[in-house]
Design a protein around this ligand. Structure first.
Ligand code: FMN
Length: 359
């Protein structure tokens, strides 16, 4: 079983939802990168539960401790270990699933695969694990910043309510101007209303996060199996509750003819090679072409709803099960920093790998 991700910049996450804590070891980070505990904490605060009435009311402070690899606010080139202790566990909220399988959660598959399961909060299958990724993503983001690369993401759809324009027409500085993390304020209000209505009906709702990476140099990504979009796809699909990933023109591009879809090259006034359109999403042949990278990640309406549902127990008997405790009616606002983190980790790893490609 692997809990590691990345090649040259490699992370290993550990911990369960209701154990002592969760954390990450980051190996391969170059020395001399400026980083502070506060910077990591800012990112964790964007993911933490209980941040607004649109998320789970669980109140986890998610305070990060830097155990190693950083000295006087700079990386030392040695493994960086980050620990987040679990504080607000309410394990009794999960006693009803000790022997029962929540529909569309990971209880059944974990039980059959391992023959045992930490049912409290979902154990390792809990999205709490993603806090460790968010912490590691800050370190990767600092590496990218040294090269002028910046990844951002935002909520572009909740249920059927979608931002009506592309990222180029949005002010991405507005992402954190509202609780939904949607930089289109009128749409954000309608999304928030839908999330509240869904919560009050004891249901859940899904949606889309759009990712954008700007300032990417030409040449990130490997030509065959580790294509840049393949790595991004794996990174995004490894996030809990993700059902789909598309980049550039994605599935909609299949409706165009080649003559409409091809991105014409030109040389701009500074002599830089550019393309007039960007259906490629900044990636050609698995390698970044210097244009913006953009992609979309689909999140399902998450499994735990506070309504009775038909399921079975671990004896195979049919039972009725209602969710208990404090859950997210819509994970999209909290998913944004997780998408940012996974984007940073892929791009930073590819940047180091690209530097190893040529003498
Ligand atoms: C930020 C975030 C918060 C989540 N919170 C919940 C939750 O409160 N209740 C729930 O049932 N699932 C939640 N999930 C999703 C589950 O972790 C996930 O659906 C489960 O592990 C099964 O995996 P799968 O949906 O990827 O197949 C959350 C996911 C994310 C990204």
């Amino acid at each position: 079983m692997s809990s590691s991700f990345g090649t040259l910049l490699r992370i290993t996450t550990f911990g369960e939802s209701h154990g002592v804590g969760i954390g990450v070891i980051i190996d391969g980070c170059p020395a001399g990168l400026p980083i502070t505990t506060e910077e990591i904490q800012v990112a964790l605060d964007r993911r933490r539960p209980g941040q607004s009435d649109l998320t789970t009311p669980r109140k986890e402070a998610d305070q990060v401790e830097v155990l190693s690899g950083v000295f006087r606010d700079e990386t030392t080139g040695t493994p960086i270990s980050l620990l987040i202790r679990n504080k607000d566990q309410a394990s009794h909220d999960y006693s009803h699933i000790e022997h029962a399988y929540r529909p569309s959660h990971a209880d059944y598959t974990y039980d059959v695969k391992y023959g045992r399961r930490d049912y409290r909060g979902g154990g390792r299958s809990s999205a709490r694990e993603t806090a460790a990724r968010v912490a590691a993503g800050v370190v990767a983001g600092k590496l990218l910043a040294q090269y002028g690369v910046r990844a951002q993401s935002y909520v572009s759809q909740v249920g059927a309510i979608a931002v009506p324009v592309g990222y180029e027409q949005l002010d991405l500085g507005l992402i954190d101007s509202n609780l939904v993390r949607c930089p289109h304020p009128e749409t954000a209000e309608r999304m928030a209303e839908l999330i509240r209505q869904t919560r009050d009906r004891h249901d859940t709702v899904g949606g889309l996060v759009t990712g954008v990476v700007q300032g990417v140099p030409v040449g990130l990504g490997e030509p065959v199996f580790d294509k840049l979009h393949a790595e991004l796809g794996k990174a995004m699909l490894s996030i809990n509750a993700v059902k789909g990933f598309e980049y550039g023109s994605g599935f909609a591009g299949t409706l165009l003819f080649g003559s409409e879809h091809n991105d014409a090259f030109y040389t701009d006034e500074n002599g830089a090679v550019r393309t007039r359109t960007n259906h490629s999403g900044g990636i050609q042949g698995g390698i970044s072409n210097g244009q913006d990278i953009y992609f979309r990640v689909a999140f399902k309406p998450v499994a735990t709803i506070l309504q009775a549902q038909a399921t079975i127990n671990d004896q195979g008997e049919e039972i009725s099960l209602a969710g208990r405790g404090r859950h997210d009616p819509c994970v999209l606002p909290r998913a944004v920093p997780i998408v940012d983190a996974m984007t940073n980790l892929v791009l930073a790893d590819m940047l180091l790998r690209a530097r190893a490609n040529k003498v």
